[in-house]
Design a protein around this ligand. Structure first.
Ligand code: ZN
Length: 107
């Protein structure tokens, strides 16, 4: 009696799993809004990128939305009541008069 060791054919199990592997995690597609008319919301503490008129939307509507002018370079301030939960929505960009080259203040 001899026991022969059979070479077990290896079965390659192919998993039909074609998942796109997300390397690095998270794509960094930063689109700079070039004429795009999508509504963008900003939170308190964020830096204003574009000077313009923004709608201030308060948390729990303790106050109705109102419009303000924000200057680029400033940061959106927190509300005294709803603090960091306030949101700012860009209504339209408009250059601040003293950022215009013809009206710039010279020191
Ligand atoms: Zn508020």
């Amino acid at each position: 009696m001899q026991t022969k060791k059979k070479a077990v054919p290896r079965r390659i199990v192919r998993t039909r799993d074609h998942r796109p592997n997300l390397k690095g995690g998270g794509k960094s597609r930063h689109h700079t809004g070039h004429g795009e008319r999508h509504t963008s919301l900003f939170a308190a503490g964020e830096i204003v990128k574009e000077t313009g008129i923004y709608e201030v939307v308060h948390d729990h509507q303790h106050r109705t939305a109102h419009e303000v002018v924000m200057l680029s370079g400033d940061s959106f301030p927190p509300c005294e009541t709803c603090e960091g939960r306030v949101r700012f929505r860009l209504i339209r960009t408009a250059p601040y008069i003293f950022q215009d080259e013809d009206f710039e203040e010279t020191e």
